[in-house]
Design a protein around this ligand. Sequence first.
Ligand code: FES
Length: 101
Amino acid sequence: MAQADELLPGQRKLVFVDGRSIVLFNIDGAVHAIDNSCPHNGASLANGRLEGSVLQCPAHGLRFDLAKSCEPGSGSLCPRKFPVQEVEGSLILQVDSASAP
Ligand code: FES
């Protein structure tokens, strides 16, 4: 899917897995993978502004803390996250066991 050394801290990468568009973010060495679809109205999150671990949707400005998976006070609006592991230098996504949005 992606090599770990392609995604250095501060970088992001858009990948396609099983027909899904998924964005990977390396935030301070931790890789976070989320569905490239805002839970508000489906906008692409790939080009959202990132401040620390907080991603801002470019469409209407909702903010999501990727380290916590939910925006404080946002109710149930949370981007879908996917477990990601590094195995022998490769980043492996588990799209089947995605956490509930
Ligand atoms: S679509 Fe993301 S905030 Fe509206």
